[in-house]
Design a protein around this ligand. Structure first.
Ligand code: FEO
Length: 428
C-alpha cells in the first residue's frame, strides 16, 4: 500500500482488503483496493474514506503523515456514498478531529444520522453545486443516484479534470506497485478487466440503467482522470473503463459475448453425466464455456460468468417435486439481478414425477427474464446414449442461437477484449 500523487494537489490514499466476503456475501479471490483522496487548495478535503475495519483507519492516518497532511487540518469530509466500506472510518476520524464539515448528497442525510448519529455540520450538495477550496481549486458535484445506492454523488475537481465517483468505474483486485492505468502492463490491464466485470456483476449489475444514465450525465464534464473508490485510477485512458462499464451495462439485456455458462447441480451424478458432453458440444461450436457446479461454487463466481454470457445451460434434477434447491437459489438471484434475454437450454434427471422444469418455468416468468429456451430434456434416472446425443444436439442449437444473437448486436456496442476459446472454471 502506498500513498501517491494522482495529479497536482490530489493524493490517493489506499488500503488493500483481503480474506473477506464483500458485503459479507461476495467472494473476492484477489481482494479489493479501497481508495480515498486528499484534495488540497487553501483548504483541504478528503473524498471518501477507506473502510472502518480493524486497523484500516490507522493505515489511512499513517498515509496522511507521509504527505504532510495532519488529520486535524482537514476541513471537509466529502461523502460520495454512505456504504460503510467508504463511510465507516468516520467514527475513527471523529476521535481525532471533531470540527469538520461533511459534504454529501441530500439522500445521505438520514443515513448519516442512522449510521453515525451525525446531524450537524452537514453541507448538502447536488447537481450544480460547488465548493471552493481556494487556490483555484473548485469542486463540483453531480448526483448519480443508484450507482449503486440512491444517495450517491460524484465529486469533480474542475482544476485538474479529475472525477471521483466512488463505486462507479471501480473494480476488485488489490493494487500494489501499479495503481494507475499508465503504470500497468497489458497483462495487468487484462487482469483488472476481469476484476472489473466480477465487481460489476456482483455489486452494480442490477443498476445498469442508472449506470448508463450516470455516464451520459458525466459526459458533459471535461473529464481527464477517473479516480474511483475501488481499483485502478485511470489517467492515460479513462475512456477504457467508461466503455467497459457501458459494455457491462449492455449485458443486462444482452446479447453479450459468444460465451455460454453451464450451471449444474447433481445429487447422485446422473444429471452430471450430461455435463461433459454438453461442454464438448459447445466447445466444438467455438464457444467460450464457463462451468460452475452448485452448491460447491460461490454465487459471485457464477454471476460473473453469466453476466458476459449470451447463453446459459441449466442442468439440475428434480428434488421434492421442484428444482434442486441450490439451482433454485442461483436462478432466483439471476432473476433479481435482471439477467434478461439469455438463450438457454435445460436438462436434468428425475426419479419419480419430475417437477424441476415446472418450477424453472415459473421462476423465469416471475422475474420476466424473457429467456429463449431450446427444447428441454428430462430423463428418468441416468441419461441413455440417446439422451446424451439429444443433449449434444440441443447444445449445438443453443450455440447457433447465441451466435445469431451476438451477430445482431448494435454496431455501437463497445467491443469486448479478445478471449481464448475454451472452458473456464472458478479456480482462480
Ligand atoms: Fe464501495 Fe457501495 O461501496
Amino acid at each position: 500500500m502506498r500513498v501517491s500523487t494522482v495529479t497536482d494537489g490530489i493524493y490517493r490514499l489506499s488500503a488493500n482488503i483481503e480474506n473477506i466476503l464483500f458485503e459479507s456475501l461476495w467472494r473476492m479471490p484477489d481482494g479489493i483496493a479501497m481508495n480515498s483522496y486528499i484534495v488540497k487548495g487553501e483548504k483541504t478535503a478528503i473524498v471518501d474514506g477507506v473502510c472502518g475495519w480493524d486497523g484500516v483507519p490507522e493505515t489511512l492516518f499513517e498515509q496522511l503523515k507521509k504527505i504532510n497532511v495532519a488529520p486535524e487540518s482537514i476541513d471537509y469530509v466529502i461523502v460520495n456514498h454512505m456504504e460503510p466500506d467508504h463511510s465507516g472510518w468516520i467514527e475513527s476520524f471523529r476521535k481525532i478531529k471533531s470540527n469538520f464539515t461533511i459534504v454529501t448528497g441530500k439522500r445521505a442525510v438520514p443515513l448519516m444520522k442512522a449510521f453515525f448519529d451525525i446531524t450537524n455540520d452537514i453541507m448538502v450538495v447536488g447537481d450544480g453545486d460547488s465548493l471552493d477550496l481556494g487556490d483555484g481549486r473548485v469542486l463540483a458535484f453531480m448526483e448519480i443516484p443508484n450507482v449503486h445506492w440512491p444517495e450517491t454523488i460524484a465529486t469533480f475537481d474542475t482544476k485538474s479534470g479529475t472525477v471521483m465517483p466512488c463505486d462507479a468505474f471501480g473494480s476488485f483486485g488489490t493494487l500494489d506497485e501499479a495503481v494507475y492505468d499508465d503504470e500497468c502492463t497489458e497483462e495487468q490491464l487484462v487482469f483488472y478487466e476481469r476484476q472489473a466485470i466480477r465487481y460489476y456483476a456482483n455489486i452494480v449489475a442490477v443498476y445498469s440503467i442508472p449506470v448508463v444514465n450516470a455516464i451520459k450525465k458525466a459526459s458533459t464534464l471535461p473529464i481527464k482522470i477517473i479516480a474511483p473508490g475501488h481499483g485502478l485510477v485511470w489517467r492515460k485512458n479513462p475512456m477504457k473503463i467508461v466503455n467497459d462499464f457501458l459494455r457491462y451495462a449492455s449485458y443486462q439485456k444482452g446479447p453479450c459475448e459468444n460465451e455460454i455458462t453451464i450451471i449444474y447441480g447433481s445429487m447422485y451424478g446422473m444429471t452430471e453425466q450430461g455435463v461433459q458432453p454438453a461442454l464438448e458440444a459447445l466447445e466444438a461450436e467455438g464457444m467460450i464455456v464457463h462451468k460452475h457446479k452448485v452448491p460447491e461454487e460461490n454465487l459471485g463466481d457464477i454471476l460473473m460468468s453469466v453476466w458476459s454470457s449470451t447463453g446459459v445451460v441449466l442442468a439440475m434434477p428434480t428434488y421434492e417435486y421442484n428444482m434442486f434447491p441450490p439451482m433454485f437459489a442461483v436462478i432466483d438471484e439471476l432473476g433479481k439481478k435482471k439477467v434478461h434475454n439469455r438463450k438457454a437450454f435445460r436438462f436434468g434427471s428425475y426419479g419419480w414425477s419430475g417437477g424441476a422444469q415446472k418450477e424453472l418455468n415459473e421462476l423465469v416468468q416471475k422475474y420476466k427474464m424473457n429467456w429463449d429456451f431450446v427444447e428441454p430434456l428430462e430423463f428418468k434416472g441416468k441419461p441413455t446414449k440417446k439422451d446424451i446425443a439429444t443433449i449434444e444436439t440441443r447444445c449445438k442449437q443453443l450455440a447457433a442461437k447465441v451466435k445469431e444473437a451476438v451477430a445482431s448486436k448494435p454496431e455501437d456496442t463497445p467491443a469486448a477484449p479478445e478471449k481464448r476459446h475454451g472452458t473456464t472454471e472458478a479456480k482462480e
